[in-house]
Design a binder for this molecule. Structure first.
Ligand SMILES: [Zn+2]
Length: 253
């Protein structure tokens, strides 16, 4: 059965709602502005490319009264001010999906300048309080290392989930590489956790939710570019992804 369709995503959201999860943004989590007697889901989106697919997802969420957090990369193909503005107008939150150390090949001084510049560009549309590393798989540089030398809190940033969320408390899962269990491809987007759930299809998550097997605190990181609204789009994404994962495997070795 085809996974990563908007229909499946809608079913996931409906199930979360039925199971009484409240949808909170990353900022709401870090400012404790939510009801802590109820289970919560932080729906996080990394906007790696194809920002239009994020807009489509943002509209779907809005139609269901749901707020999410969209982390934008600042590269030509992704940084589209009109799309960012529309997503803000739909009531969602924006974060910065930085990759500065990979971008500057490990040059820390250039990297922090790159970070500041991009943060300014985003701040024109939305006061950025939350950042998350983009784990560029083709680079040997892990951009999180930038924070060994600098402090993001200095920029008014509340959180970088990889450092500021305890993933023994909040269960984390991601569709990186367009799979829920893609350990080989998913080099950097991993967290230390005591939870041991394994899903191959989004329906497995839906089933686990219905059986009340999942924790009360959840963060799901979904890349909207992997999810299709139509059949034609689905096959396009499927084929491109097959090729990309094949190439990544060759690079990673
Ligand atoms: Zn990313």
């Amino acid at each position: 059965m085809k996974d990563f369709t908007h229909n499946t995503y809608k079913e996931l959201l409906e199930t979360l709602k039925k199971q009484n999860y409240q949808f909170i943004t990353v900022e709401e989590y870090f400012t404790s502005t939510y009801n802590d007697s109820k289970p919560f889901i932080i729906m996080r989106h990394d906007v790696d490319r194809r920002p239009n697919s994020s807009l489509e997802m943002a509209k779907l969420e809005k139609s269901m009264g749901i707020k999410a957090t969209y982390y934008f990369r600042i590269i030509y193909q992704t940084f589209k001010p009109n799309i960012i503005k529309e997503i803000i107008n739909l009531g969602h939150e924006i974060g910065y999906h930085y990759e500065s150390l990979a971008e500057t090949n490990g040059d820390y001084e250039k990297a922090i300048k790159d970070f500041e510049l991009n943060l300014d560009r985003l701040n024109k549309f939305y006061l950025i309080k939350n950042i998350a590393m983009h784990g560029r798989p083709t680079s040997k540089w892990d951009s999180r290392l930038l924070w060994n030398k600098y402090d993001y809190k200095k920029y008014g940033i509340l959180s970088e989930p990889y450092f500021d969320i305890d993933f023994n408390e909040v269960f984390y899962t991601t569709d990186a590489g367009r799979a829920w269990d893609n350990e080989a491809i998913n080099l950097r987007d991993k967290v230390d956790t005591k939870f041991d759930f394994s899903f191959t299809h989004t329906n497995d998550i839906i089933k686990a939710l219905k059986n009340k097997e999942l924790p009360n605190k959840i963060m799901i990181n979904i890349h909207p570019e992997h999810w299709a609204k139509t059949n034609i789009e689905w096959y396009k994404i499927f084929i491109v992804r097959k090729m990309k994962n094949f190439i990544k495997k060759l690079i990673i070795g």
